[in-house]
Design a protein around this ligand. Sequence first.
Ligand code: PHE
Length: 536
Amino acid sequence: MPVSRRNFLRGVGVTGGAGAMYGAMGAIGLAPSAAATPTPAFTPPAPSDFSLTGRSTRSVLVLGAGIAGLTTAYELGKAGYRVTLLEGRDRPGGRNWTVRGGTTETDLNGETQRVRFAEGQYMNAGPARIPQHHVTLDYCRELGVAIEPFVNQNADALLYYTGDTAVSNVAVKHRTAKADTYGYVSELLAKATSTGALDGELTADDKEALLEFLRDFGELGNSTGDPAAENLYLGGSGRRGYTVEPGAGLEAGTVAPAPSLHDVIAGGLGREFSFEFGWDQAVMMFQPVGGMDRIAYALEKAVGPSKVRYGCTVTGVRTTAAGADVDYVDAAGRARTATADFVVNTLPPHIAARIPHNLGPAVTTALGAAVPSPTGKIGLEYSRRWWEDDLRIYGGITNTDLDLSHVWYPSSGFHSGRGVVVGYYNYGQDALDYAALPHAQRRRRAVQNGAEIHGAVYGDDIASSFSVSWSKTRFSEAGWVDWESQTGPEYTTLLAPQGNVYFAGDHLSHAIAWQHGAMTSARAAVTSLHERVMTA
Ligand code: PHE
C-alpha cells in the first residue's frame, strides 16, 4: 500500500507548504480567547430536555465501545437515553489500549503474544499523547482521570539519519542539531541580507532588525576582526552541548567544533524540527497517570459497565420504519438481533463497509473510500533505565530515518528500576514491513536498529517486549484512515444520518488519529440526534 501524501505529511508533522503557512500567519494576532476553545461548543443532552417537554426517552444502540462510542453513550446517558453498546473486544477503548503484564492478544497473522511486563509497567499501544487544547483533557477533568506531562520534545534526545556527511550515521543530540541548523540558516540569510539580495523585500531598518534577530537566533558573530567576516555561525557555544561540561573553578567547559555548513544542510539534520510547531504536537502535552486506558475505563464506568456487551461482532445494520435493527454474534457465538430507536455506528469505516446494511450504495461507497493507514509500535521493557543513567535522556523522542522512525523514552517512572521504551513507532511502508514479521523478528530488527543509534547497551537488560501492528489487529485493521477529500460526497454522506443510523469516529473529524477527533465527532452525532428527537 502506498503511503498517501496526507499520511506522509502526518508522519513528518508538516501540515502545509508556504502557502498554508502564510495563510496561518494572518491568525497571528488572535489573542487566546473563547475563540480558541474546542469547536463547536457542546451542550450535553439533559434529563430536563425530556421531562420538561413531555417526551419519552429514546433507545440507542452504539456500535463500538472505543472512544467515539463511549463518548456517545456517556453524553446520551446524561439525559436518560437508554443506551446499549456492542463491542467486539472484551475491553473498552478500541485503539485506546494500554498493554500491561497479563495482556494477551492474538493478531491477524495468528500470532499470540502474552505480555510479561512487570507490575506497574505499560505501553500505550494506541494514543499516547494529548495536546492541551483537546477535549480529551476536558473528559479527564470531568471524569477524574489524573494527568501528567508527556515529554514530546527533549533537547537531549537524539537524531540519527543515514547519509554520507560528517553528521550521518551517528547519533546527534537534538540541541546540537538545532544549534548548527539554526546557525547556518541564519548565516545564509544574514549573508543574503548584507549583500543586498533582499533589498527588494526589506527596508534598511528591516534589514538591521533582521540581522539583529539572526545574530541572536543563530548565534552569529565574527571571530576574525575582519569586518567582511560579520555574522558567521561560529558554532562554539554551549547551545551545541559540551564534551567537557562547565564545572567548578576554572572549568569553563569544552564545546566540540561544529561540522561544516555542507554537512549540516546536506545531512538534513533539521528535517523534523517543524514537528514541534504542529497544532497537535507542540509542548505541553499530557498523558493519563498509569496508562491511556484510564480514560476508556473512566468512560465505561460513567456509562455503566452493564450497558456494554463485550465479545459481540456486528453482522448487519438496518434502518427501519420504527428505528433500527442490528444483527450480531454474541460472546457465546449466538446470532442475535437488537432493536432500538437509533443506531450510532462508530466502527472503523473499512470494517463497517463489509457489514451488510440497507443504507444504500452511497453509504457502501463512502465507507469504502476511507483508506486504512498502517502504524505500529514495539514496547521494550528494560530492567535498567540506561537512557537516564548513561545518556541523561529523561523522556522525549529520538527521530531517525531507520525503519524505527521514532524511539520514545518513558515520560514517567524516572529513576525507577525499569521502564518501557517504545522501540519503534512507524507508519506507511515501515509499519507494513514490521507488520509482516512475527514478534521475535520485529524485536530483533528493532533492537539491531536501535543499537545503531544508542550503541550495544540497547540490547542489554531487555526483560520483555510486546509489539502491535494496528493493520494486523482485529476490530481495527489500521492505525487510522485517510480520505482523498474531506469535502467530497463520500465523507459528507457519513456526516448525515442515514435513516435512523448515525456515524461517528475520529475518521469523521478534522482530528483524525486523535481521541479528540473521536470525541468531537461523537458530540456532533449526539447533538444531531438529540435535536431531531427534541423537534420530532
Ligand atoms: N495522534 C497520533 C500521534 O500523535 C498520530 C499522529 C501523528 C497524528 C502525527 C498527527 C501527527 O502519534
